[in-house]
Design a binder for this molecule. Structure first.
Ligand code: ATP
Ligand code: MG
Length: 406
């Protein structure tokens, strides 16, 4: 099928009056950045809707790229014709010809007269188009309730649009439209999925990764940078804070409380992330925790760990099964990287039986007994290296778009 345009449909956010313009701006920018790969394609805005003129590009290829854009719920490829009865009937016949319906295919025509100056009402148009279709295609039957093909016809003043297919897209909120959070990114399977899920919900993220040279290797760090790059494909430019965690971590290894070491490390990670959040103006911390997955993710552990921060701790995967998480990881392109076998700082020094129900008072006592813990934490923040990923290309894109849309 040869199509002329794509109709983009948006999700729940579009209803929110006050933010609407801001959301639309963010959507446009994101769509434009994907269209860079299709030089003949154009973005057309009309009556509060967004269309993409295909300019000869294959509709399936463009849809495959656009359906990953947060905020788009579905995409319909559209044929365009002139707004006259003859042309509309002719285009509908051609349309059906290409669909080549098999015996018994059910259909209905659903016309919408947007341009009230058009000579026939929507209701009349259903018949004026439906009848010639039935005459030409013996295989067709009308079914107004649940047809196989619902041919939609939108009659506008300058053009009429015909479409019937709809491809589902990712949904969610426009990128960066719901505030900023710090994302705890390990090299594992879960946290990149948690990151993507947060971005889908409109969160702008800054990524925070803890590494422990020489216990963790350069390769482990590179892997996290690669993961961040994949995430930048969804978010646009993104910051990655690399926190040297060796000194904080080793301060916990000498105290003869091996069972609590993960709890202690996690609490320190949260303290550091909280300080970075304050510095960067972020209002929450996101982790890849999933209830019951490992000892540090029991309810008892989450309780004691979570108390180390005053910020909301968001856990997008908390109720998800591993198999669901893996499925998303595969779809978003992080899985293959995540399963590369490099060590994470949390898998080091892991005791055989870590506490699943740590005692908050004991944990706080241990922390108080480590005299220089708060300065170790401050040092880690001070020595954090920040890199920006997904940069140059995105910047060029947005400055080109700026002129058109801002
Ligand atoms: P993941 O697959 O995300 O590593 P996991 O099942 O291995 O998760 P844990 O290692 O217990 O779980 O980590 C739980 C969460 O703590 C991670 O999802 C991540 O948000 C955070 N985290 C763990 N290690 C690090 C790290 N080195 N740097 C930043 N965050 C981390
Ligand atoms: Mg991990």
């Amino acid at each position: 099928m040869k199509y002329d345009m794509l109709l983009l449909r948006f999700g729940e956010f579009i209803l929110k009056g006050k933010n609407r313009r801001r959301f639309e701006k963010s959507m446009k920018r994101h769509v434009m950045s994907k269209l860079i790969a299709y030089p003949e394609a154009t973005l057309v805005e009309e009556y509060g809707r967004m269309y993409v003129g295909l300019g000869g590009h294959d509709h399936l290829a463009v849809i495959e790229d656009l359906r990953k854009i947060f905020g788009i719920v579905s995409i319909s490829p559209v044929k365009v014709t002139a707004s006259s009865l003859d042309e509309i009937v002719e285009a509908s016949l051609d349309f059906m010809e290409e669909l080549n319906p098999v015996e018994g295919t059910t259909f209905k025509v659903k016309a919408r007269r947007v341009w009230k100056g058009f000579e026939h009402s929507s209701h009349e148009m259903n018949h004026l188009v439906g009848s010639p279709l039935l005459r030409r295609f013996q295989a067709l039957k009308v079914d107004v309730r649940k047809p196989n093909i619902e041919l939609k016809i939108e009659i506008r003043e300058d053009q009429t649009y015909l479409f019937f297919e709809s491809f589902t897209a990712v949904g969610g909120f426009p990128r960066g439209s719901n505030g900023k959070a710090m994302m705890l990114l390990s090299g594992g399977i879960d946290s990149p999925v948690a990151a993507w899920s947060s971005m889908k919900r409109g969160l702008e993220l800054e990524l925070v990764h803890f590494f422990s040279f020489p216990f963790t290797s350069q390769k482990a760090k590179d892997k996290v940078i690669d993961l961040a790059r994949v995430l930048a494909g969804y978010s646009g430019e993104i910051k990655l804070h690399l926190v040297p965690f060796t000194e904080v971590q080793t301060s916990f290894t000498q105290i003869g409380q091996d069972k609590l070491i993960i709890t202690l490390m996690r609490r320190s990670m949260l303290r550091i992330a909280t300080m970075l959040a304050e510095r960067e103006g972020a209002l929450a911390i996101v982790s890849g925790d999933s209830l019951g997955q490992v000892a540090s993710q029991t309810l008892g552990s989450m309780n004691v760990i979570g108390r180390a921060t005053d910020l909301p701790l968001l856990r997008p995967l908390v109720m998800m099964d591993k198999s669901e998480i893996v499925k998303i990881a595969e779809e978003i392109g992080t899985y293959e990287l995540s399963i590369l076998p490099y060590e994470d700082c949390c898998t080091l020094f892991v005791p055989k039986s870590p506490a699943t129900n740590p005692n908050l008072r004991i944990v706080e006592k241990i922390e108080a007994s480590i005299t220089d813990l708060s300065s170790l934490i401050e040092n880690a923040v001070a020595n954090t290296e920040t890199i920006t990923l997904g940069g140059s290309e995105q910047t060029q894109e947005s400055s080109a778009i700026e002129e058109d849309w801002l």
